[in-house]
Design a protein around this ligand. Structure first.
Ligand SMILES: Cc1ncc(COP(=O)(O)O)c(C=O)c1O
Length: 458
């Protein structure tokens, strides 16, 4: 634990010495320029890494003129609160148009309903709450369950935890995709929904959604497609001839889709979209209270007050990109991802995990893959660690399409694998943490992680 905290201190709390700490309010307000200088000196240094293409996912666009433009839209609308659509009907227009544009991109018709949320997790939480309430109202289900593949995002587990739903996890097929047969076997009278991803976070593999849709129709259960990661890339990948299977409302069984504007939609952080096939489902997302002394209250999402600024900014990003912009960005990302995938395939000792259009996940039977991840971190790379089974991934964004980035990644990765084979050093970095997580029972890992997270926020 002490070693882990030492490592985490280095990573997560590096500013204790360098910058002033504010443990209580300053007696007198600070000079604005001084405050901005503090923000700048920390964040600008941190930005360099993603700007230069060393980070997996995280910042999906990041070009200065685009960021300046969406920031401007935010600043114009920063006082807007969608909780008061009577004061700011503009926010309702922005939100409805985002839902409509994204719904039509995903082959929804005029019956599509939905809202903008704060991120993929909130979209998923809301969908699961909606299915719980729909199942209660329509079928009297009081012990709700969802059946989902182990590759589905942790947000589904979080939703289950929050809303008293039992997650029924199913193993993947050998190609790392969801197994519709196993999911079908788990459907019973308490099943409120089944889940598939387009694609899933760990391996970037698109689940067999046509088969899942057939299961959903046959069994009469809703199917949620988590397209948080791929919703803004797959439609264009398909147009570019990448052989993308059907994944959206074109499939009869798909009843809801989560899709993140703040990822490949190139909107600022803090926006995602949840879409339902019809208003019958959507109604169960909404919260209203008609007898509150504070007035007639309603809110369509988890929050009460919301940022109208980020909604205006997301609307601006969609309009700025347009179909041609998304198509061109998808082309660049997918070409770079194919080149990186080919390069990783050629590195002796590495093994790709699953087929994905833009996520490169790999493991190794010959070297400790977490040591490779740490050695990549020493070369500035921030990759995502996967576990059960161990692996690492790079989610390719427009940052990696810049000249020389893919080549640098492959060269650094080759060197890191060679170095990992020597295996002479003491374990440091994230390797021991992942090693611990892989060998301890998951309850123990959860307790240890809670202690570490508690430490982070202390
Ligand atoms: C497939 C998938 N679903 C859901 C999420 C959760 O999104 P957020 O982090 O915006 O809550 C992610 C995030 O990477 C994701 O990749």
């Amino acid at each position: 634990m002490e070693d882990m905290i030492k490592e985490m201190e280095r990573r997560f709390k590096p500013y204790a010495e360098e910058f002033s700490s504010f443990k209580s309010l300053p007696e007198k307000g600070l000079d604005r320029e001084k405050i901005l200088e503090l923000v700048r000196s920390m964040v600008s240094a941190e930005d360099k890494r993603w700007r230069d293409g060393y980070v997996s996912g995280a910042v999906y666009h990041g070009e200065r003129d685009h960021v300046d433009f969406t920031n401007l839209a935010y600043s114009i609308a920063s006082q807007v609160n969608p909780l008061h659509p009577d004061v700011w009907p503009s926010s309702l227009k922005f939100e409805n148009e985002i839902v409509s544009m994204v719904g039509s991109m995903l082959h929804g018709d005029d019956r599509i309903r939905g809202t903008v949320t704060s991120g993929g997790t909130e979209s998923i939480l809301l969908a699961m709450k909606t299915y719980r309430d729909y199942a209660m109202a329509e079928r009297g289900i009081t012990a709700p369950e969802i059946a989902l593949p182990v590759s589905a995002h942790a947000a589904f587990d979080k939703a289950c935890h929050y809303f008293g739903i039992k997650p029924v996890w199913t193993e993947l097929r050998d190609d790392y995709s969801a197994d519709p047969e196993r999911i079908k076997e788990k459907i019973n009278e308490n099943t409120i929904a089944i889940v598939g991803s387009a694609p899933g976070f760990p391996y970037g593999v698109i689940d067999p959604l046509k088969e899942l849709s057939d299961v959903a129709v046959e069994k009469g259960v809703p199917l949620h497609v988590d397209a948080c990661l791929g919703g803004f890339l797959l439609p264009w990948a398909k147009k570019l001839g990448y052989g993308i299977p059907e994944f959206d409302f074109n499939l009869e069984g798909v009843t809801s889709i989560s899709v993140d504007t703040h990822k490949y939609g190139y909107a600022p952080k803090g926006t995602s979209v949840i879409l339902y096939r019809n208003s019958e489902l959507f109604q169960h997302q909404l919260y209203v209270k008609g007898d509150w002394p504070g007035g007639i209250y309603f809110s369509p999402t988890l929050a009460g007050s919301r940022s109208g600024g980020v909604i205006a900014s997301a609307w601006a990003a969609l309009l700025e990109m347009g179909k041609s912009g998304y198509l061109e960005y998808a082309r660049r990302i997918l070409e770079t991802a194919s080149a990186i995938r080919r390069g990783v395939k050629e590195i002796a000792g590495l093994k790709l995990m699953g087929e994905s259009p833009f996520v490169i996940a790999f493991t190794s039977d010959e070297v400790n893959i977490y040591r490779v991840m740490d050695l990549m971190a020493r070369r500035s790379w921030n990759l995502n660690g996967l576990h059960r089974p161990p692996g690492v991934h790079l989610a390719v964004t427009i940052r990696h399409t810049m000249r020389g980035v893919a080549e640098r990644f492959l060269a650094d990765l080759s060197e890191s694998v060679v170095e990992a084979r020597k295996n002479t050093e003491e374990d440091s970095g994230m390797a021991p943490i992942y090693g611990m997580a892989a060998t301890f029972p998951s309850d123990a890992v959860r307790e240890i992680m809670k202690t570490l997270v508690e430490w982070m926020y202390s």
